[in-house]
Design a protein around this ligand. Structure first.
Ligand code: HEM
Ligand code: HEM
Ligand code: SF4
Ligand code: SF4
Length: 423
């Protein structure tokens, strides 16, 4: 039986209409879990003292890996021996997070036996996050997990566990096989994941279409977003069925006989104004379409992405630890994504070389691009500058002439030049 602590302040959190982590952890504590009981005790003390009682205290990990374990210790271990060490293990999730319950039980058996039994499905990184282990348990946990085919994910200045949307497994919009790409990158870059060697972290996220369900655009240093370069497929009969009300608008969310207003709901909301509905026929000027997905989302039975599919690659998104948050910048508007993804991987390796060579300690690639300029980055990855790379026209020009490219160089005699225009 674990020693329960009085937690009047934490108990307040159990009162509202929402599920509370306090209720859950208490349940486990009452069932005899000492780490859970002491975690609540220490948290209550933190509320009282208005200070955190966790400390870092050196690097912990498993042999051969530089990442995957994040160390935490209690600074009041005498009061709460159950959380004296409270290390976190990141466990690499399978692509799109599909599990058999049998496999989850496997993980839980190891974790209940050797760790706190508390876990987070899933951390923002994507991994399964196992919270609260003692140092001496780390190697046995790692051994037992790997015996069953699991592996740790990335942490520290490493490649973080790549993550992807559900993709072709369940989603008709998927233009690329997100799961296969995720798996291929994970396998190819094992070393980069387990042995941190970079200025800072690096994340890949893969979305099957511009709906961006894993928010790769904002959450990954390199976003791979499925798209198409031919035309949106139109089924005119289904368009007519939407207009006539035979197919309920918005998937029936507003009732089975809610009728789509094709003008208000689709045509007028197309951000580029490239859709037309005339004489009962829908047309799209595909050259102007930005692939925003709006029309396809609203009329999924009538409109589908094209068939010549690939991905757009964006680089440089990050959260605001240093400087501000930023979205990725479009670097490659379209690239075919076919197994084994060699063309994409070549790009990745050029990008990493440049970052590794030039990045300061704890500088994300997006920050390095800001510091040295998009033009330096584009040159390093050997791409031709194109207008789509510009974030805002005119405020961030990306083409710079170099002196040796200009006949006569930059030096000129201004008096001599002006003579030509003298009246
Ligand atoms: C008020 C207190 C805390 C705040 C505001 C906080 C905030 C955060 C934030 C913003 C992240 C990043 C999430 C992400 O984007 O990946 C994070 C991650 C993390 N925090 Fe905390 N944290 C707090 C307390 C703690 C404590 C007490 C521990 C451990 C004892 C802890 C362990 C971790 C771990 C292991 C991660 C990485 C999780 C993952 O892999 O997704 N945090 N925290
Ligand atoms: C002293 C003479 C001139 C000055 C000070 C001047 C100044 C400017 C400025 C400040 C802009 C805006 C640039 C920008 O926002 O990036 C501009 C744009 C432009 N100027 Fe001039 N300009 C001059 C002469 C001319 C002449 C002689 C022509 C045509 C023969 C011309 C054609 C244009 C055009 C077409 C644009 C728009 C370019 C674009 O949208 O990309 N300008 N000019
Ligand atoms: S990002 Fe696109 S392909 Fe992936 S799950 Fe979302 S809608 Fe489907
Ligand atoms: S995908 Fe977006 S931009 Fe393209 S036609 Fe549809 S609504 Fe317009």
């Amino acid at each position: 039986m674990a020693k329960m602590h009085d937690t009047p302040m934490l108990d307040e959190l159990t009162k509202g209409p929402w599920p509370s982590f306090v209720t859950d952890i208490k349940k486990a504590a009452e069932a005899g879990n000492e780490a859970c009981a002491d975690l609540l005790g220490q948290l209550e003390l933190s509320y009282k003292d208005k200070e955190g009682h966790w400390k870092h205290g050196g690097i912990v990990g498993v042999l051969g890996y530089g990442g995957g374990v994040i160390g935490r210790y209690s600074d009041v271990p005498d009061l709460f021996p159950g959380v004296e060490h409270f290390h976190t293990l990141r466990v690499n999730q399978p692509a799109s997070k599909f599990y058999k319950t049998e496999r989850l039980r496997e993980v839980m058996e190891i974790w209940n036996n050797r760790g706190s039994g508390m876990l987070n499905m899933h951390g923002s990184t994507g991994d399964m996050v196992l919270l609260g282990a003692f140092t001496e348990e780390l190697e046995p946990i790692f051994a037992e997990l790997t015996q069953k085919g699991w592996d740790l994910g990335g942490s520290g200045s490493a490649l973080r566990t790549p993550a992807c949307c559900v993709g072709k497994a369940r989603c008709e919009f998927a233009c690329i096989d997100t799961q296969d790409i995720c798996y291929s990158l994970t396998q190819e870059y094992q070393d980069e994941m387990h042995r941190p060697a970079w200025p800072y972290k690096f994340k890949f996220k893969i979305d099957g279409c511009p709906n961006c369900c894993v928010a790769s655009l904002a959450r990954s240093d390199c976003a791979i977003i499925g798209t198409w370069r031919d035309d949106i497929r139109i089924d005119q009969e289904a368009v007519a069925a939407y207009v006539g009300g035979e197919i309920a608008a918005h998937g029936g969310a507003n009732g089975a006989d809610a009728k789509l207003d094709i003008k208000a709901d689709v045509i007028d909301l197309c951000p580029t104004g490239c859709m037309f509905y005339e004489d009962g026929k829908l047309t799209i000027n595909n050259a102007e379409c930005t692939r925003c997905m709006h029309c396809i989302n609203v009329m999924p039975r009538a409109l589908r992405p094209g068939l010549d599919t690939g991905a757009s690659i964006l680089v440089g998104a990050k959260a605001p630890i240093l400087e501000g948050a930023q979205m990725g910048s479009l670097i490659i508007p379209f690239i075919k994504m076919e197994e084994p993804y060699d063309e994409f991987k070549e790009f990745v390796e050029k990008m990493w070389d440049w970052w590794d060579e030039n990045g300061k300690n704890r500088e994300r690639i997006g920050e390095l691009i800001q510091r040295l300029g998009l033009s330096a980055f584009i040159e390093a990855v050997e791409l031709k500058p194109i207008p789509q790379m510009v974030k805002e026209p005119r405020s961030n020009p990306y083409i710079f002439y170099k002196e040796d490219e200009v006949p006569g160089g930059f030096e000129r005699d201004i008096a001599d030049y002006r003579k030509k225009h003298a009246r």
